[in-house]
Design a protein around this ligand. Structure first.
Ligand SMILES: O=C([O-])CC(=O)C(=O)O
Ligand SMILES: [Mg+2]
Length: 647
């Protein structure tokens, strides 16, 4: 059927599927069936009941195409009283099957039910006539800004964050552009709702609040059919996939299939913060079971009710997924691994980084955002990275990922070997300080951090022994930066740098208030989940949010606009530098080591430009020639949530 107007914007985020008015989209329908082409205004006005065998039909007007199973009753134009089973669904019984046929071009009533195109009360008079929706809406016509104002007022009425989350998800299902407009224009207020910390609670209760699937669920039951499943997804030009297996959702642990909230949330940030088109984003949850007894016993749990598969069974399913993704979407689709447990996260990243465009947000994204914060913090505390000592509580993905990027940067800045640079960084895990004598019993990703030192059992003793200038919490365990810990850091340092990275808020190593009070207002503090400003001794302290949300949207945009085929560590360093450059003297004067989220789209464009520049330098970019001004180019490629006009 002919498409009216240009469907896709002319930029690389639109892929190759640009269509203009003169081109037509062919719809093939099988099995053989009767196709009733209906002008929704007069129902059977044109092309009535065309019999189609492996049908390819072309029609010219915006219309609903409704496919009626010929075995059942056909449409009737008869005007009369009584109840008429027009669609045949009432004649189907449990023995006689119904067929849920419906293929429709968004127009008329279905246009209002299509979240990609629906504009609600913002449809103009002309559009209401042209698209057969007159009378389906109340008479008033409003603009998008008024809709934003109304929705924000509605959302502010809710006091419980999870209710706000549900209101936002409902909006996303109803009117996608309005959802993104709201999120972009009110990013500081809504980020904690659609993302950390509320998304954590949403995952815990996902089985109860689940309405419509927002991504693909791939379970052990689907072995051998993953390519087929990808083809079931309605969008074809996918550019970013966020995938989880739900085993380590934030600091909340194994939530199994209910981890789906995380890929959904991360991808809505890809669009709102990084400008990737929503239709190019695909959230995926791999369900291999869960070891969470609470989930297994919850009657509303939505996943496989079995213990987690691991070993070969797990590896084979992941491998089928990764192969199917490349086969279906090509080599330039970005796959972001999210919230996998340590034992799989490192292996998956190592295995697929050679063959796919992959990125682990918890290892690499977190590392990049923390390094950016440290670059800024140095402007407040003085010295260069190599002059500092870093101590981590938590030696998993985030801890070792950050540690490695710090060491890499020190090594680049000072030309000392990476092994020597690593000696500036110390990690504490559940068994105490990681030291040489523990080497044999350490998991492989901890081994590079086993430095020569006598054993130390507690974090507090490690602080006394190592005398760090920077303390970073990445253990996923809340309230582990106790008063003693913060006081010890404050004894050693005039301005202790303290980062409490674990999410959500309940798992934060300490609160902003605790950090400022216990350090007598001297701490330079940032946290993974947001905290409200704190008043201490008559001064207001605003803490930064050290969350990978600053990095992955811009990084992803940079990879896409350059057509990168691999992620390289230097791109992470470039992203860190780009983010740190966005911190002004005014921010620093207020103790902020991250810029506010308000300007995040501008920040993402800068990060994208630096990442893309690196991709070109490294010969990893496939989009040639390189655009002149990469910042302007990145901005021009970003999705805008403003309504389009329909002819
Ligand atoms: O989702 C977030 O807020 C940050 C993150 O990746 C995690 O905590 O796993
Ligand atoms: Mg994560």
């Amino acid at each position: 059927m002919s498409l009216k107007g240009s469907l896709f914007m002319n930029n690389p985020l639109s892929g190759i599927s640009r269509m203009t008015q003169s081109q037509s989209l062919r719809v093939s329908v099988h099995p053989p069936m009767v196709v009733a082409m209906m002008n929704p205004n007069t129902r059977l006005e044109r092309n009535v009941s065309v019999s189609v065998d492996s049908a390819v039909k072309e029609v010219n007007a915006p219309m609903a195409v409704e496919i009626v199973d010929p075995k059942l009753k056909q449409h009737s134009t008869a005007v009369g009283g009584g109840v008429e089973d027009v669609y045949g669904e009432d004649t189907a019984t449990e023995e006689q099957f119904d067929t849920p046929w419906s293929v429709s071009v968004a127009s008329g009533y279905s246009l209002l039910r299509n979240p990609h195109h629906n504009k609600g009360l913002a449809f103009t008079e002309k559009e209401r006539d042209a698209h057969y929706i007159r009378g389906l809406l109340p008479p008033v016509v409003v603009n998008q800004d008024l809709q934003v104002k109304k929705m924000m007022a509605n959302i502010r009425e809710y006091v419980i964050p999870l209710q706000k989350y549900q209101a936002m998800m409902d909006l996303q299902e109803r009117n996608e552009r309005l959802f993104y407009k709201l999120l972009i224009d009110n990013v500081e207020e809504l980020l904690p709702i659609v993302y950390t910390p509320t998304v954590g609670e949403a995952c815990q209760k996902y089985g109860s609040i689940f309405k419509r699937p927002q991504g693909l669920f791939i379970s052990l039951k689907d072995k051998g059919k993953i390519l087929e499943i990808l083809k079931n997804w309605p969008e074809k030009n996918i550019q970013v996939i966020v995938v989880t297996d739900g085993e380590r959702i934030l600091g909340l642990g194994d939530l199994g299939c209910q981890g789906m909230g995380i890929p959904v949330g991360k991808l809505s940030l890809y669009t709102a913060l990084g400008g990737i088109r929503p239709s190019a984003c695909l959230p995926v949850t791999i369900d291999v079971g869960t070891n969470n007894e609470k989930m297994l016993n919850d009657e509303f749990y939505i996943g496989l009710r079995q213990k987690r598969a691991n070993g070969q069974e797990y590896a084979e399913l992941m491998n089928e997924f990764m192969s199917a993704v490349k086969q279906n979407y090509g080599e330039k689709v970005l796959v972001q691994f999210e919230d996998f447990a340590n034992h799989n996260a490192f292996d998956l990243l190592a295995k697929y980084s050679a063959t796919h465009l992959v990125f682990n947000d918890d290892i690499q994204g977190t590392a990049s955002v923390v390094l950016a914060g440290l670059i800024s913090a140095l402007k407040l505390v003085g010295g260069s990275l190599t002059d500092h000592r870093f101590l981590f509580l938590g030696a998993g993905e985030a801890g070792t990922g950050i540690a490695e990027l710090i060491a890499l940067e020190i090594s680049k800045q000072t030309q000392i070997p990476l092994e020597d640079a690593r000696k500036k960084v110390w990690l504490v895990d559940s068994k105490g300080l990681i030291v040489r004598s523990r080497l044999d019993s350490l998991q492989h990703f901890k081994k590079p951090w086993a430095h020569e030192h006598e054993p130390v059992g507690s974090l507090l003793d490690a602080i006394k022994a190592i005398r760090p200038t920077v303390l970073i919490g990445s253990s996923g365990a809340g309230q582990t930066f106790t008063k003693d810990v913060v006081e010890a850091m404050s004894c050693l340092n005039e301005k202790p740098v303290i980062l409490a990275l674990s999410n959500p808020t309940s798992q934060s190593e300490c609160t902003a208030e605790q950090a400022y009070i216990w350090s007598q207002g001297r701490a330079i503090f940032a946290s993974g989940s947001p905290f409200a400003p704190v008043e201490y001794n008559g001064k207001i302290f605003v803490s930064g949010q050290s969350n990978n949300a600053y990095i992955f949207p811009g990084l992803g945009l940079g990879l896409i606009i350059s057509g990168a085929i691999h992620v390289h560590d230097d791109m992470l360093l470039a992203a860190s530098e780009a983010l740190a450059e966005q911190v002004t003297q005014e921010h620093l004067d207020n103790g902020l080591i991250y810029p506010p989220f308000t300007n995040i789209r501008k920040i993402s464009a800068h990060i994208a430009a630096k990442v893309a520049t690196k991709a070109y330098e490294l010969g990893l970019a496939s989009r040639l020639p390189k655009p002149e001004n990469l910042v302007a180019y990145a901005e021009s490629c970003m999705y805008s949530p403003d309504y389009r006009n329909y002819r």
